[in-house]
Design a protein around this ligand. Sequence first.
Ligand SMILES: [Zn+2]
Length: 603
Amino acid sequence: MGRIPQTFIDELLARTDIVELVGSRVPLKKAGHEFKACCPFHSEKTPSFWVSPAKQFYHCFGCGAHGTALGFVMNFDRLSFPEAVEELATRLGIDVPRELDSPGRSPADEDLYELMGRVARFYAEALSRDARARAYVTQRGLGREILDRFMIGYAPDSWNEILRRFGPDESRRQRLLAAGLIVERERTASQGGDRCYDRFRDRIMFPIRDARGRVIAFGGRVIDQGEPKYLNSPETPLFHKGRELYALHEARQLRAPLRRLLVVEGYMDAVRLHQAGIAYAVATLGTATTAEHLKRIFRVVSEVVFAFDGDRAGRAAAWRALQNALPEAREGREIRFLFLPEGEDPDSLVGTEGREAFEQRLDAALPLSEYLVHELSGQAELSHADGRARFAELARPLAARVPDGLYRELLLERLAREIRLPPERLLALWTSAAAGTPGGKAGVGPSPVRPARARESAGRGSLVRQAVRTLLHFPGTAQAVSSEKCAALAQVRDPGVEILRELLEALQKRPAQSTAQILERWREHPAHERLARLAGEENLVTDPRAAAAEFSNAVEKLLDSVERQRIEELLAQSETGLGPEEELELRRLMSRRGGARPAAPGH
Ligand SMILES: [Zn+2]
C-alpha cells in the first residue's frame, strides 16, 4: 500500500476537531479553554483527562495517556495508524491519497474498483432483462426501490459473458482474475478452449460495498436449486471477508441517525429486512462474526443485536460471536443475542409479526452477560459446590477477555452472584488459578489501560526543554527567530538542543497550525514520545505573543552561552597569545556584547 502523504495528514488534522471527535465517544465538560472528562484509558472517579482545542491534543494527568485526534482513534478504537487515517477521512467524507511511487494500493486498485463498478452495473441491467430472474426477486418480495438501493443484479447463465465483455485482451483478463470475477481452469483440463471462465453464472448478484460505497466484491445466490447456495467473491486486494459487513454502507446512507445494528447471517435476510423497514440490518459474509466486524460495528453505533437461528448451528455461531465480542464489551455499549424460533428467518418473522413486534423482540434480546451466564450454567450444575467451581473455571478465560473497567466489574459481580460467592472471592480464586498455571495469565486480553506514569513536573525545566515546549504549544513562534540564529544553534552544546534545532528548522520550512500537526509529522521520529510528553505539559505562558517573546529570549540565551564560552576560551588563550584572526574574532564578539575588548595583556 502506498504511503499516505504527510500533507494529507496535516489536512486531516486541520479539518478534524478533536473536541468533537473525543466528545462523540466520551462525555466532555467544558473547563476554561479546555474540556475534561473521566479518562477512557484508566478507571477514575474525578476527571484528569483533558482535551485542548487549541493544541488539538489530549492528555491524561492520571495515566499519562496523550496524543492527537489520530492517536485517540488508534487507542480508543484500537486501530492501526493507516486505519485511523481512514477512519478520520471517512468521517470527513474524503479519500485517502496514496503516494504513487510505491507498489500496492494505487493505480492498479483504482482500476479494480472501477471494473467492479462497471460489472455491477452490467449485472443490474441483466436483471431487468431476464424475466426468470426478475420473477424470482419479485417472489422474494424485493421491490424496485430496494433493488436499486442495493444495486441487485443477475449473472447470466453463461460461461463467458463477463470474460467476453470485460476481458478482450490479456491485461484485462488479468484484472478480471485479480477481481475474482473469472476463474482459471486447471492446466490439465485446458484443451485448446478458453483458459478462464466466469465465476458467477445464473445467480442473483448482491454487490458488496465498502464504507465509501465502492463495489469491492459480490455475493451470488442460486435461483432455484443448486450448490453452493451462496457463492462469494474470493479474497482479493479489495475484499477481505472477515472485515466487511454487507448492507452497512446502505444502512449508513439513511437520513435517520443509526442507533443500533442488527447482524444476520445471509445477505438475502439483510435485504429483506431493509425492505421490511429494519434498515439497520447487516450481514456477515459467510464467516462467523469476527473481532474486526465488531470493531467496525462499534465505530458506527453503540448497540448491536446478533440474530441467530435457534438450532444447533445457530447456537454454535452465537457462541463464537460472544467470544469475539468480549474484548469489545465495555460500559456504554450494548451487545445482545436474539435466538429465532425454530424454522424462522428474521425476515419471515418481520413478515408475519410486523415490524413493531419484531423490534420488541430485539429490545428484549439477551444481553451478553445473561447469555454468557445462561450458557455456562448449562455446562455446570450449580446446585452443588463442584459444579459451581467448574462454572468459575469456565468463566475465567472468558472474563479475562473483557477489558478492565466498569463493565468487567459488573460482569464479575454477575458471575459471582450466580455461584453465590462474593466478587472479591471469585477474583481471588481466578488470580491464584492464573498464577498456578504456567502461562495462565496469557488469557488476559489486551487492556486499554496504559502503565501508570508519574505526572511530569510542569516546571520550567532547562532552557532547551522550555523552548521545545513553547514551540509545541505555539508552532507560530518558530517564525520569531531568524534562520541564521537557527543555524547558529548547531554550536550549542546543551542536551536536547539538536531536537530543538531540527524542530525549529522544520517549522520554519513548513509552518504548522497546531501541536497535533507537529506530533503527527514526527510520529516516526525517535524523539516523538518525548515531544508528545512535552506537549502534554502545562505551559506557563498562554498568550501567543508573550510565547514568541519568551521563545526568542530562550534562543538568545542559548546562543549567548556559546558566545560567552567562546570568549572565555579566547581570553584564556590570549594569556599565551592570539593569532590575528582570533584577535579579530574576540574583538567582534566583545563589541557585540556591548563591551570593549579589554586591552590585550602586555600592551
Ligand atoms: Zn488516564
